[in-house]
Ligand binder design. Structure first.
Ligand code: GLA
Length: 321
């Protein structure tokens, strides 16, 4: 069997998110199948710096040394977000000071990992889900103002001109949100803000999206002229509001999940000219964030390898073309 990264070498990079632990427990799968990695949490602001001037790099360093050893480039994730961001940035209520703190943070990350990363999610999830609002209400926006994304991209570009800079979000193919994301990134691009790409998280469900829906969305994103990456793909075995807790995956749903992966990768392959990387949000079904979200302590099976690290039907389908 060809590995994922070999099978897709003429299309795009295949990535996965990792932790300081999974680079040990899942090392074989990572090095065999993936040629891009994202730190699931370890490079987020609060993970490296939770108090002013107090940086701790141990867990990110662990991942980066694995990446260096195996020559795997990293997607940087993430600078400006409403979650996992330390409060001290906003405490004094001083806009210029907050932006200066962000600048120092980006310098710090770039000095340490600039040779290892090839792109960064500069802003994560700034668009509101509710239909009657545009931007999400966040500490960054409240302090810096509605154009805080401009500042973040400008600062990042100045410090790391060689990195591709991304805006990253979820619910990105649902029309109620997609049009707002497209408006935001197009608007920035037209005003000369140095944004290079859009990260489509692609947290999907076993029976959604279908081929046509995803294709329409990718076409609209591609039309912005920005580069695209699929940044956090997984395919949950549960629909919204389903709170059941089965102890093993349902065979019919596994089949639908395989179809969904297959449909999505068909579309991704069609748009290989604009998609540079497809990242899965995890490696195998034994460890993944959906085991605790949105239902706590409920096993999910959203990835391409099973709990024993064996290929699932979904993997076989996306390798078969
Ligand atoms: C969002 C973030 C990720 C991660 C997931 C859950 O999608 O971008 O960093 O926190 O939620 O794992």
């Amino acid at each position: 069997m060809l590995s994922l990264k070999e099978k897709y070498q003429d299309y795009f990079k295949i990535g996965c998110c990792v932790s300081a632990k999974t680079v040990e427990t899942h090392a074989d799968l990572i090095t065999t199948h993936f040629n891009s990695i994202t730190c699931e949490n370890e490079m987020k602001y609060i993970s490296v710096c939770n108090e002013r001037d107090n940086y701790r790099f141990k867990r990110a360093d662990r991942i980066v040394s694995f990446a260096r050893e195996h020559h795997i480039p990293l997607r940087g994730h993430t600078f400006v977000w409403h979650n996992q961001t330390p409060d001290f940035i906003f405490e004094r209520g001083d806009k210029e000071e907050a932006l200066e703190t962000l600048r120092e943070h980006i310098i710090m990350m770039h000095d340490r990992y600039g040779k290892d990363t090839y792109c960064w999610d500069v802003v994560n999830e700034a668009i509101e889900d509710k239909s009657d609002e545009y931007l999400r209400d966040t500490p960054w926006r409240r302090l810096v103002g509605d154009y805080y994304m401009d500042d973040a991209f400008r600062i990042a570009k100045e410090i790391m001109p060689e990195q591709q800079l991304f805006y990253n979000d979820y619910n990105e193919i649902e029309p109620f949100k997609m049009h707002k994301i497209i408006r935001a990134v197009t608007d920035m691009k037209e005003r000369g803000i140095p944004i290079d790409g859009v990260g489509l998280q692609c947290h999907f469900k076993y029976n959604n999206p279908n081929y046509d829906k995803l294709k329409r969305a990718i076409e609209l994103y591609a039309a912005t002229g920005l580069r695209l990456q699929i940044t956090e793909m997984d395919v949950s075995m549960f629909a919204n509001h389903d709170e059941s807790k089965p102890i093993k995956p349902d065979a019919g749903r596994l089949e639908q999940q395989a179809k969904t992966y297959d449909n999505c990768f068909k579309v991704f392959r069609e748009y290989k000219d604009v998609i540079d990387c497809v990242t899965l949000w995890g490696i195998a079904d034994d460890v993944n964030w959906l085991d605790n979200f949105p239902v706590e302590n409920r096993k999910n099976w959203p990835l391409l390898f099973d709990e024993e690290h064996k290929p699932k039907e979904a993997l076989l389908r996306i390798l078969d073309f």
